[in-house]
Design a protein around this ligand. Structure first.
Ligand SMILES: NC(=O)c1ccc[n+]([C@@H]2O[C@H](COP(=O)([O-])OP(=O)(O)OC[C@H]3O[C@@H](n4cnc5c(N)ncnc54)[C@H](OP(=O)(O)O)[C@@H]3O)[C@@H](O)[C@H]2O)c1
Length: 334
């Protein structure tokens, strides 16, 4: 195989039992055509300045919603706002708050700004991520960079905003990855920073699995506390974004770039459909993974896909929750 990553993707596909495609939304799957006016709704999205986050923002704005992006780069955020207003008109209600998920103090500051300025949150879409970082690196708080950014940052953000989301009877959407299947399929509690065996793919895989486990454990805690907040998990399949062309070592990047010209990769816009669906559609299931249901579940009509049971191993989810509270210094009242 061309790269370790491509090999793993292929290998994972061969391991899976074939499943029936979800037909809930018809042969074309979920598309934004199902989405009615969103004029009184407010959506928060992390990483809204590029890729699927940008496209999700565009779709929601086009339906009349207000979207606040939580982004780390001021310049890229200003450019994104300018592009969206140019396309959708000055009346498009889009703005950003600067937030670096790799710095928990920045997450706290951004959450405080959200609570100060937004009376309601209909959905928090946890979309931002880094992937396949070639060599071990760390967040400001000393966590392995992908675990810290993708999981701990969102764990803290969702916790700090939870009350406002609950008051709004809102939702939390975790944007995961099929990559959750490619690593060790559990959490490496004895070496969370991967000091002994850092690996760009396996370590990324664990960070996305951690995001999913957080969401599934949150569902359980909300159900036990009888709280009316929806939590849904999705992934964009294989989508043409800066993530797959800038992540990983040189060989991986070349592999992704070649693959991105093939029918195994879809547009960033289509990659955004699952997260917009999870933020808006009624009747979704909790213990599920939504995304493309076509070839390998990388592309195709959006619906409910395959979810492997190790992603909701209760003992691991509970242990991860406790560890995440300790590492972020945030205790959920759940
Ligand atoms: N593309 C795919 O095929 C694919 C496959 C599986 C899963 N996913 C998932 O899809 C989601 C969106 O990724 P994408 O493909 O759209 O990638 P992308 O185009 O690279 O977008 C990622 C976004 O995350 C932001 N981000 C990264 N680090 C951040 C930090 N420390 N603080 C705040 N924001 C940060 C980026 O901001 P900057 O502009 O500042 O870098 C960017 O806006 C991710 O959760 C990813 O894991 C993507």
């Amino acid at each position: 195989m061309l790269t370790d990553e491509l090999y793993r993707r292929f290998h994972t596909r061969c391991d899976r039992k074939p499943t029936m495609a979800d037909t809930t939304f018809g042969p074309r799957g979920w598309t934004p055509e199902r989405l009615g006016p969103q004029n009184d709704k407010t959506f928060l999205i992390t990483g809204g300045n590029s890729g699927t986050g940008f496209e999700a923002t565009r779709i929601l704005l086009a339906k009349g919603a207000r979207v606040v992006m939580l982004n780390r780069s001021t310049q890229r955020s200003e450019d994104a706002v300018a592009r969206l207003k140019q396309e959708l008109g000055d009346e498009a209600e889009v703005s950003f708050i600067r937030m670096d998920l790799a710095d928990l103090a920045s997450v706290r500051d951004a959450a405080a700004e959200v609570l100060r300025t937004l009376p309601g949150i209909d959905a928090l879409i946890c979309n931002a991520a880094i992937a396949q970082v070639p060599t071990q690196s760390f967040t400001v708080d000393g966590h392995e960079s992908m675990l810290g950014t993708n999981h701990y940052g969102h764990f803290l953000l969702a916790g700090l905003l939870f009350e406002r989301i609950e008051e709004s009877e809102g939702r939390i959407v975790a944007v995961a990855s099929l990559g959750y299947r490619m690593g060790i399929r559990t959490i490496q509690f004895d070496d969370m920073n991967w000091d002994a065996n850092y690996h760009q793919n396996k370590t990324y895989s664990q960070s996305k699995l951690a995001q999913m486990m957080f969401a599934y454990e949150l569902q359980d805690r909300l159900a036990a506390a009888d709280k009316d907040v929806g939590v849904y998990v999705c992934h964009p399949g294989s989508s043409r974004t800066s993530l797959i062309t800038t992540s990983g070592n040189l060989v991986t990047r070349i592999g992704f770039r070649l693959m991105s010209f093939s029918p195994m990769v879809q547009s960033a816009e289509r990659g955004a459909y699952p997260e917009v669906m999870c933020a808006t559609e009624d009747g979704l299931e909790a213990r599920a993974l939504y995304g493309p249901t076509g070839l390998n579940e990388w592309v195709g009509p959006v619906g409910k896909g395959t979810l492997e049971s190790f992603a909701h191993d209760k003992a691991v989810m509970e242990r991860l929750w406790e560890l995440s509270e300790a590492e972020t210094g945030f205790h959920w009242e759940l």
